[in-house]
Design a protein around this ligand. Structure first.
Ligand SMILES: Nc1ncnc2c1ncn2[C@@H]1O[C@H](COP(=O)(O)OP(=O)(O)O)[C@@H](O)[C@H]1O
Ligand SMILES: [Mg+2]
Length: 229
């Protein structure tokens, strides 16, 4: 089953009198179970592509499908629901809620999804253990290292059981050791639980860990290696 599909997708930004083609007539199929990186220099369209894939932005032309369902004709409210149930996001700057503990940050997704409170601990506790966060659950983000905060963000992205996790340069704010360790954790979750990841990076050591590497240049796919079929 496909997680994300793009058909002839373009995203044009208007900048004064100029048009910037951030993504240009791009076709992409990311299937369930992939562990795929979007590589490419700054300005090549990585963030724009991820935002389109996650329904945070709409294409100027073309069509985006999530789990086979087109996002094109969906209202903003419908897109918000799609994001809540089908997508986990991880951001470069972690984006945890500062006044909530690690546990509460993860729990927040379940609350938004309307999952009964009685089920929360049973889902959050095993995930904390799996992500090496036991003992840190009552700390607020400011009391955690960057690597620990990003692990909480991975847990928050996973807890709602999304079809795919999208991560825009998730290791950009981490030192290289924490970056590699976060990627290894993500790959382990992919291996053992089949969680689908599409993430961006311009760090070659991070890119090397991915199974499939899609290199973007000027909003187009320049190279696509390691595809499963
Ligand atoms: N909101 C925006 N308004 C105008 N141009 C933008 C906007 N966002 C991105 N761009 C342009 O689109 C292109 C792709 O940007 P982006 O997707 O952020 O690339 P990357 O994430 O690979 O650095 C760049 O030329 C960038 O300047
Ligand atoms: Mg970017």
């Amino acid at each position: 089953m496909s997680s994300v599909e793009m058909r002839n997708v373009s995203r044009v930004y208007q900048s004064g009198a100029c048009e910037i083609k951030a993504v240009a007539a791009l076709d992409l199929l990311v299937e369930s179970g992939e562990f795929t990186v979007l590589a490419g220099p700054s300005g090549s369209g990585k963030s724009t592509l991820l935002n389109l894939a996650g329904g945070l932005d709409r294409p100027t032309s073309g069509e985006v499908f999530l789990n086979g369902e087109s996002l094109n004709n969906q209202s903003d409210d419908q897109l918000t629901r799609q994001r809540l149930f089908k997508i986990g996001f991880i951001f470069q700057a972690y984006n945890l809620i500062p006044v909530l503990s690690a546990y509460e940050n993860i729990q927040f997704t379940l609350q938004l999804q309307g999952i009964p409170e009685s089920e929360h601990a049973g889902r959050i506790r095993p995930l904390l253990a799996e992500l090496g966060l036991e003992g840190l659950e009552y700390r607020r983000p400011a009391e955690l290292s960057g690597g620990q905060q990003q692990r909480v963000a991975v847990a928050r992205a996973m807890i709602g059981q999304p079809a795919i996790i999208l991560a825009d340069e998730p290791t950009a704010n981490l030192d290289s050791e924490s970056a590699i360790s976060l990627l290894q954790l993500m790959k382990q979750l992919n291996d053992e639980k089949g969680v689908t990841f599409l993430f961006s990076s311009h760090d070659q050591r991070v890119i090397d860990i991915a199974r499939r590497v899609i290199r973007l240049r000027d909003g187009k796919i320049n190279e696509d290696t390691g595809k499963s079929c």
